[in-house]
Design a protein around this ligand. Structure first.
Ligand SMILES: [Zn+2]
Length: 265
């Protein structure tokens, strides 16, 4: 018959199992963070006149994340000890760093596209965009990164709701693209003039997406403009994007500089 009491031997075996499990999970998390490109963002926004020379993105050491991780593992071990004493395990969320952000009056500057959120994916070859998540989920309003004109409201081939905004600065045309929206803002139409403070939709998970987030890219062309040979339609833009990638140029996505995470404005 089963003995209700744990013997000392059983407790040790249980503890060792938890220890092994916690360590393996810890190592996996550490590897994940070690392999993530992390950036020091010195700009919450950037004057687009300087866009031709992206200021960004210096890879920094993972020291802080590693020490956070070790703290997290220690916390887990403490929780295992607690569990062995009979209390239930409560796993805390991985600590997130928050940076304060204030949205300012626009003057030829890109702004952050949401009020709250964290960047989970930075631009890289194959993903020329930022992915931004928010604890507010679909309650998160999406704004244009600058004043402009709505140039596209459409579903992409995977069913994602997308809005694009055309911007023109010093005669150069740019398109910002907001993907995976859950809904469009009321009264949105192609040709509508918008400011950086006009909502264009809500964050969502439509299309090829595994969770609520905003995928935002910036293209140096005028999407859906019949006179733009690189971007007169989506196929032209895909070809153009592919060409830029083959030239090892994936800077378009880093035209928008955002901090790793931020609070409400
Ligand atoms: Zn994405």
């Amino acid at each position: 018959m089963l003995n209700q009491e744990f013997t000392v031997k059983q407790k040790i075996v249980l503890f060792m199992s938890f220890l092994f499990l916690a360590t393996s999970v810890g190592i996996q998390i550490k590897n994940y963070y070690d392999n993530q490109p992390t950036y020091t963002i010195n700009y919450e926004s950037v004057n687009i006149k300087n866009m031709t020379e992206p200021h960004v993105a210096t890879k920094v050491s993972n020291q802080k994340q590693t020490s956070d991780l070790l703290t997290s593992i220690q916390t887990t071990l403490n929780q295992v000890e607690e569990a062995l004493k009979g209390s239930p395990i409560e796993i805390e969320d991985f600590p997130a760093t928050e940076v304060s952000y204030k949205r300012e009056e626009p003057t030829q500057i890109w702004y952050l596209p949401t009020e709250n959120g964290s960047v989970t994916t930075f631009p890289n070859v194959g993903h020329v965009a930022y992915d931004i998540t928010s604890w507010r989920g679909t309650a998160e309003t999406v704004y244009p990164i600058a004043d402009g004109t709505i140039s596209g409201i459409y579903y992409d081939p995977y069913g994602a709701l997308v809005v694009t905004v055309l911007h023109e600065v010093d005669g150069i045309k740019y398109t910002s693209q907001y993907v995976h929206l859950s809904s469009y803002a009321n009264g949105l139409y192609v040709g509508k003039q918008v400011t950086a403070f006009d909502p264009i939709g809500q964050m969502g998970s439509s299309g090829q997406s595994t969770g609520v987030h905003l995928h935002i890219a910036v293209l140096d062309c005028a999407l859906f403009d019949s006179k733009d040979p690189n971007c007169y339609d989506l196929n032209a833009w895909y070809r153009y994007d592919k060409k830029r990638l083959s030239e090892d140029f994936y800077g378009l996505g880093v035209l928008v500089y955002v901090p790793y995470s931020w609070n409400s404005r």
